[in-house]
Design a protein around this ligand. Structure first.
Ligand code: NDP
Ligand code: OXD
Length: 317
C-alpha cells in the first residue's frame, strides 16, 4: 500500500473531512485537522496538500516528493522553514476560474451601475433613477494575465467593457492591448477600473499603494478610478486605499483579500462609501475537484509524466 497523502488544509474542515472519506481510495490520507493525528510520525510521506500549513510541517514531513497547494496561490507556505526543493503544484480548476470571473464581472458592473447609490436609495425608499455610462466607455485594466486574469478579461469583454492587460512578461491576446512590467505607467494612465489578480511575491508586496493609485486615469466616464482586488491582501497598502477614497483620488473599491484576514471589525474599510467587501470567497477551492486534481497529478508523476501547473520557484508563483 503506497503512503497516504498528507492533508493540512486550513479551510472548511467539515467539508474536507467529509469528502476525504471517499478520496484517495488507493492510498488513503492523513488529515492533520483530525486530533487523532497529533504527534504522528510523518516520515516516509511522499505527497502533501497544503493551505496555510503548520509552521513545523516540513520538519515533521521530511521526505516529501511533491507539494500540492490547496488553492491557486502558493504564498501560504513558500516562506515556511524547511520548504524542500521539490515540485510545487498549484490548483488550476475550471470551476475556480469561473467563480473568479463571476466575481470580477460582478464588481465591475456594480461600480459601472453605481450600485452603492441604489442601495442607499432603497434603504431611504427613494425612487432615484441613475443614468450610468455604458460598459464600452470604461477601460478595465487587469493586472496579472495568468489563468484567472485571462478568463476575467474575456468575460469582461463579452459584457462590453474595453479591456487592457498587464503582466510581468508580455502576452499576445486577440483583440486586447497588453503591457509588460516596463510599461506600467502607460497601462495605469489608460485604466478606469483596476483589477488585481496578481500572486503575492516579494515584487507584488505593497504594490497597490498611493503612488500607483495616483497614476490611474482621472476624468473617465465615471469621473474617478476604482480599485478591485482579489489577488492577495498583502499586495495592497490598506491605509493608502482608505486615504485615496477619502481624498477622492479613488471613486470606490471592491476587495476580497486583506492584509489581515479576517478583516478586523474596527477597520475603516468596512464603512467607506462605495467600497464592497467580500470575505476572501471570490473563488473558493471546491474540495472534490481539488482532491481529484491531486490524484490526477500523483498518477502522472508516478507514471513518469510531467506534472502540470508547477510553480516557478525563482519567480515565486
Ligand atoms: P497565474 O500564475 O496563472 O498568473 C499570475 C499572473 O501574474 C501572470 O500573468 C504573471 O505574469 C503575473 N505576475 C506575477 N508577478 C508579477 C509581477 N511582479 N509583475 C507583473 N505581473 C506579474 O495565477 P492565477 O491567475 O491562477 O492566480 C492569480 C492569483 O489569484 C493567485 O496567485 C492568488 O493569489 C489569487 N487567487 C485569489 C482567489 C480568491 O478567492 N481571492 C482565488 C484564487 C486565486 P507572467 O504571465 O508574465 O508570468
Ligand atoms: C487561492 C485562494 O489562492 O483561494 O486559490 O485564495
Amino acid at each position: 500500500m503506497p503512503a497516504p497523502v498528507l492533508i493540512d488544509l486550513k479551510f472548511n474542515p467539515e467539508g474536507v473531512a467529509r469528502i476525504l472519506k471517499t478520496a484517495f481510495a488507493d492510498r488513503g490520507s492523513i488529515n492533520l485537522a483530525d486530533p487523532a493525528t497529533k504527534g504522528r510520525d510523518l516520515s516516509g510521506i511522499d505527497y502533501a496538500l497544503l493551505w496555510k500549513p503548520d509552521a513545523d510541517l516540513f520538519e515533521r514531513a521530511p521526505d516529501l516528493k511533491v507539494i500540492f497547494s490547496g488553492g491557486a496561490g502558493v504564498d501560504s507556505f513558500m516562506n515556511l522553514p524547511g520548504l524542500p526543493d521539490v515540485p510545487i503544484v498549484r490548483f488550476v480548476d475550471r470551476s475556480l476560474t469561473t467563480r473568479m470571473s463571476e466575481w470580477v464581472v460582478m464588481q465591475c458592473l456594480m461600480h459601472l451601475r453605481e450600485q452603492h447609490k441604489h442601495d442607499l436609495h432603497q434603504r431611504e425608499r427613494t425612487w432615484g433613477k441613475l443614468i450610468p455610462p455604458e460598459a464600452a466607455e470604461i477601460t478595465v485594466g487587469v493586472m496579472g494575465l495568468g489563468v484567472l486574469g485571462q478568463d476575467a478579461l474575456r468575460k469582461l469583454k463579452v459584457m462590453g467593457f474595453n479591456v487592457i492587460g498587464w503582466s510581468r512578461t508580455r502576452k499576445n491576446l486577440d483583440g486586447v492591448e497588453t503591457f509588460d512590467s516596463a510599461e506600467l505607467d502607460t497601462f495605469l494612465a489608460k485604466t478606469d477600473f483596476l483589477v488585481g489578480l496578481l500572486p503575492l511575491t516579494p515584487e507584488t508586496t505593497g504594490f497597490y499603494n498611493a503612488r500607483l493609485f495616483a497614476k490611474l486615469r482621472q476624468g473617465g466616464a465615471l469621473g474617478k478610478p476604482v480599485f478591485i482586488n482579489a489577488g492577495r491582501g498583502r499586495s495592497q497598502v490598506q491605509p493608502d486605499i482608505v486615504s485615496a477614497i477619502e481624498s477622492g483620488m479613488l471613486g470606490g473599491a471592491s476587495l476580497d483579500v486583506f492584509e489581515v484576514e479576517p478583516l478586523p471589525a474596527e477597520d475603516p474599510l468596512w464603512s467607506l462609501e462605495n467600497v464592497f467587501i467580500t470575505p476572501h470567497d471570490a473563488a473558493v477551492s471546491e474540495e472534490s475537484a481539488l482532491f481529484r486534481h491531486v490524484d490526477t497529478q500523483i498518477s502522472r508523476f508516478e507514471r513518469g509524466e510531467a506534472l502540470q501547473f508547477v510553480v516557478d520557484r525563482q519567480a515565486g508563483y
